[in-house]
Design a binder for this molecule. Structure first.
Ligand SMILES: [Zn+2]
Length: 128
């Protein structure tokens, strides 16, 4: 039995968290999932150079996917908090740190942890 390294666990967790948020926003199509894979592959290299950065990987993958989606799909994830004004995307905070959250920089609020966007979007995602 192989022991899974903390690095591998962090990459796994990042992939799962960002995929959960994509599913919550109904954009987890095959080509979108491959964007996540691409980002995880790049961040694997990055975190191998800097293992202390492992807790930051989820936030970085989320930002990579957000950037990639902006070109192909549009803004993601859209802010579920602001009722008025133009549609705008949530940001990741901290940009480089542990425990990343989606925040609305216009309203200045934390919306959800990365991986928990479903609850903020009211999708009724069951947490089993
Ligand atoms: Zn907002």
């Amino acid at each position: 039995m192989d022991t899974v390294s903390p690095l591998e666990q962090a990459l796994h967790a990042a992939r799962a968290l960002v995929l959960a948020d994509l599913v919550a926003a109904h954009v987890a199509e095959a080509d979108v999932v491959s964007l996540v894979e691409e980002s995880v592959a790049q961040r694997r290299w990055w975190v191998e150079q800097w293992p202390d950065g492992a807790p930051f990987v989820a936030g970085l993958v989320a930002q990579d996917v957000q950037d990639a989606l902006l070109e192909r799909y549009g803004r993601w994830p859209l802010c579920p908090v602001c009722g008025s004004g133009g549609p705008h995307a949530l940001d990741i905070a901290p940009e480089l740190g542990p425990d990343p959250h989606w925040v609305c920089s216009e309203a200045g609020v934390r919306v959800a942890a990365v991986g928990a966007l479903g609850t903020a979007l009211g999708g009724g995602t069951a947490t089993s």
